[in-house]
Design a protein around this ligand. Structure first.
Ligand code: FAD
Length: 443
């Protein structure tokens, strides 16, 4: 028997876990696993806020693909098209011409991208919070704004530098806001020119609550905690424009802000538009609970999907409900999917995915948090501790777990680093200046 070729599109929570499991379960005579992703690593997104806050090294909140997936073939590139009719994907490697890869089974797991709205100025001024690059840029930018505010004689410039606006109050937005504020407050001890009251941290949320993943009382607790930290929480409010950094809100308020972070939800990866997979009205790939792609009642043989880009029925709820886009579902779906693919290759029946969402844990800065897990509600230090232990247990590989724990321990004993490395974003600037030919006009 020729080994079956399994092509994995995207090595995130779904892709990495599924590929790892498949390569352990199936022998090389049974299957060959090819993983395509433009990034050389999987990003453990729940750690992005802590990486941005400097509690974890950015390198330790990602998982290197080649190190973990030694029994798979890793291709550094982007899948630009999938023609499942022909069972062929087009891959654009990071260098060189595009090429086609034929497969027997495909795992469609490109995840999601920020869901934005056509708000004037957002495209030019905003930044998302989904990648390690964005998280580290934001960290450097926030610390850089403190430096600007400390040195400028202009009160307008200072106010704008010290105003940080976050749009969207889901867990990504709340964690990013709370962790960044906590870090900036910590950093202020080294800035005698600035007082904590000089900073303005604004959360803009279109609905009347935050953290929709937990009960209302936990959302209300979170708002109270943020208010106690002098944050400006605007519920039932929308961002209307932010042209040239002037934030205009639907409640009529307007102010300058050098920092506008967009965390108002996600939508399935647009790469799905270049595939022939059936999709629902939210543009997710339609799946049945076995994680096979389905067109109406028709199972599409050899096509599998899960995670943020897939509409997977939630069997723990009434019919018509789908699993939420979360790491919690993504990694469990990946395991079930890998087992199902192995079963199908061996001539057995796939099994349904069923997992009751356990709840959510969110960090609100060092030693602060909120958690609701299996109905048990926790706040403050215990919730924060639970957040850390849960995610530490979840990040793939023993190697990463050890590194993350070491990072936390160092930050505990030596205090976290609060230095901006903004030069990282334009590393050639100094060399370009120094290597300018004599007499050449300066650019
Ligand atoms: C800041 C933040 C905090 C979060 N915290 C939590 C939390 O506490 N708990 C929780 O349960 N969930 C959390 N989530 C959500 C969770 O991270 C996502 O639901 C999960 O990552 C989805 O997994 P995925 O595999 O579908 O997508 P991803 O993990 O995003 O992986 C998608 C992969 O596909 C690759 N890709 C994209 N396009 C292509 C292409 N064309 N070709 C090849 N590869 C491609 C990408 O590079 C990426 O590696 C958080 C998310 C964020 C942003």
């Amino acid at each position: 028997m020729n080994p079956k070729r399994i092509l994995v599109v995207g090595a995130g929570h779904v892709g990495l876990y599924a590929a790892l499991r498949l390569s352990k379960k199936l022998s090389s005579r049974e299957a060959e696993v090819i993983v395509v992703d433009p990034q050389p690593h999987m990003t453990y997104q729940p750690f992005l806020p802590e990486a941005a806050a400097g509690n974890i090294s950015p390198r330790h909140s990602v998982v290197p693909l080649r190190r973990e997936l030694r029994r798979c073939k890793v291709v550094a590139g982007t899948v630009t098209r999938v023609e499942h009719d022909r069972k062929v994907a087009t891959v654009q490697p990071i260098v060189g011409p595009a090429r086609e890869i034929a497969y027997d089974h495909v795992i469609v797991a490109p995840g999601s991208v920020s869901r934005t709205l056509p708000i004037p100025g957002l495209h030019e001024q905003g930044i998302g919070f989904k990648t390690i690059g964005e998280a580290i840029y934001l960290r450097n930018h926030v610390l850089d704004r403190l430096d600007v505010a400390a040195v400028t004689p202009d009160p307008e410039v200072r106010r704008s530098a010290l105003t940080f606006t976050f749009v969207g109050g889901g867990y990504a937005g709340i964690e990013a806001l709370a962790e960044m504020e906590d870090m900036a407050r910590d950093a202020l001890r080294y800035y005698p020119e600035l007082e904590p009251e000089d900073m303005r941290w604004v959360l803009v949320e279109a609905t009347n609550r935050v953290l929709p993943e937990v009960d209302r009382d936990m959302g209300a607790y979170t708002v109270q905690q943020l208010l106690k930290r002098n944050m400006d929480i605007r519920l039932d409010t929308r961002l209307e424009s932010c042209v040239d950094g002037v934030v205009k809100l639907s409640d009529g308020d307007s102010f300058r802000s050098d920092t506008i972070v967009w965390t108002a939800g996600v939508k399935p990866s647009p790469m799905l538009d270049a595939t022939d997979f059936p999709r629902d009205e939210r543009r997710r790939v339609t799946c049945i609970p076995t994680l096979q792609v389905v067109d109406g009642d028709q199972v599409i043989e050899g096509a599998w999907s899960a995670g943020d880009c897939a509409a997977v029925p939630d069997l723990t709820k009434e019919p018509g409900n789908f699993c939420s886009p979360s790491a919690q579902h993504a990694v469990r779906q990946a395991a079930r999917m890998a087992d199902n693919i192995a079963a199908v290759i061996r001539g057995r029946e796939p099994v349904n995915y069923k997992h009751k969402h356990a709840g959510s844990v969110a960090s609100l800065g060092l030693h602060k948090g909120v958690a609701q897990v299996y109905g048990i509600k926790m706040t403050g230090w215990p919730a924060w501790f639970m957040h850390r232990t849960y995610h530490m247990s979840r990040i793939p590989s023993f190697n990463r777990k050890v590194r993350v724990v070491v990072d936390w321990s160092l930050a505990f004993f030596l205090k976290r680093e609060v230095v901006a490395l903004g030069q990282l974003h334009d590393p050639r600037e100094e060399f370009v200046e120094a290597s300018q030919p004599v007499g050449a006009p300066r650019v």
